[in-house]
Write a protein that binds this ligand. Structure first.
Ligand code: HEM
Length: 126
């Protein structure tokens, strides 16, 4: 099946993903529900998310070279992710997408990917 997300890197390169992640974490940093889940220094979470997105969209595999298989659901198990956390995450990512015009053409494909992936990360009822 055609994977539209897998073609985005080729079209835009890596810079827009770093912009997206900066915008996203600006919002996470101000979110009382999500902020406590992350380490005080957001440098590594930013780097890992950007590298993961570059890899997932067809770019270099630096993420897996350094971190191994993504196994994202497993990596999120230590955190309590219910509907509220998922919706907060999506809200910040949706706003972040709106701040990166370079991704406008692929906004819907990326939004759909994030929407599904965020639901998949839910590991707690309620
Ligand atoms: C649904 C709500 C979500 C919550 C509350 C959440 C929360 C977190 C937290 C707390 C971390 C650990 C940060 C750290 O200590 O370094 C993390 C890591 C990460 N998250 Fe999420 N996340 C969510 C959804 C997603 C989604 C949808 C994606 C991808 C599309 C994603 C990708 C990542 C990546 C790549 C990492 C770094 C993993 C690693 O290599 O250590 N997350 N997330």
């Amino acid at each position: 099946m055609y994977d539209p997300v897998g073609a985005v890197y080729k079209a835009v390169g890596e810079a827009p993903f770093y912009k997206l992640v900066d915008e996203f974490y600006l919002r996470v940093a101000a979110d009382p529900l999500l902020r406590p889940m992350y380490p005080e220094d957001l440098t590594l979470p930013k780097k890992h998310l950007a590298q993961f997105l570059v890899q997932r969209t067809g770019g270099p595999t630096t993420y897996s070279d350094e971190r191994g298989h993504p196994r994202m659901r497993g990596r999120h198990m230590p955190f309590k992710i219910g509907q509220a956390e998922r919706d907060a995450w999506m809200k910040h990512m949706t706003e972040a997408l709106d701040q990166v015009p370079e991704l406008a053409e692929n906004r819907q494909a990326l939004w759909d990917f994030f929407d599904n992936f965020a639901t998949f990360m839910i590991n707690q009822p309620g």
